[in-house]
Design a protein around this ligand. Sequence first.
Ligand code: PEP
Length: 251
Amino acid sequence: MRRPIVAGNWKMNGSLSSVRELLAGVKNGAAGLESIQIAVFPPFVYLAEVERLLTGTAIVWGAQNVSERAPGAFTGEVAAPMLLDFHCTYALVGHSERRTLYGETSAIVAQKFAAARKAGLTPMLCVGETLEERERGATESVVIEQLGAVLDLESIQGLDGAVIAYEPVWAIGTGRTATPEQAQEVHAFIRGQLARQDAKIAQDIRILYGGSVKGSNAVELFAMPDIDGGLIGGASLQVEEFLTIARAAAL
Ligand code: PEP
């Protein structure tokens, strides 16, 4: 049995006071949801406060990005070992906003994945196609390329214990969600690709769906056999909406 994860990617949102308010609500509502794992991904500057507020709870946290490099003269970057100082569980790598807006190639994403793992963090690798790629039937080849960069660098063993988030770019922040069948098809494809190299790792890996997940569509998405929870953007900033999604994963 794979334990579902519901992870909130706060992106570049929040303030000290909104972080406190949001987490107070999530902490309250998370009681009784221990069958799933709840995670939050705040901006770097709020990690210390998130750690202070969540230590001793079952909720875990992570960073939205991590440098592929070891500590050194890299202005503006945050190295993986620094995230351990704040007891991060996860580091998100390859979010489509990083790939498209900040030019992160699959090779760089793979290096970030490796740096996170080497430091003892669990990488959460985002993959997914654009609308144009889907429409020309390239979804599978895009996912193979994005996954392949990590497999080439880290081998299938590198995926052991990691988390994958399938996030079709056309569904992120657009209000347009993949249908449960569309998402399931890609999730099963990803698991199948991994199974060609290691059946157990493929069976055990959590594959989250991300892209306009809301309280109103979470139940049907999470009911799919290869969808192991969600990576939630916009809706993770609203306590009740996020908790409704978390409850859907716990059904
Ligand atoms: C995301 O940022 O990973 C995401 C899925 O965003 P949203 O839920 O807002 O589409």
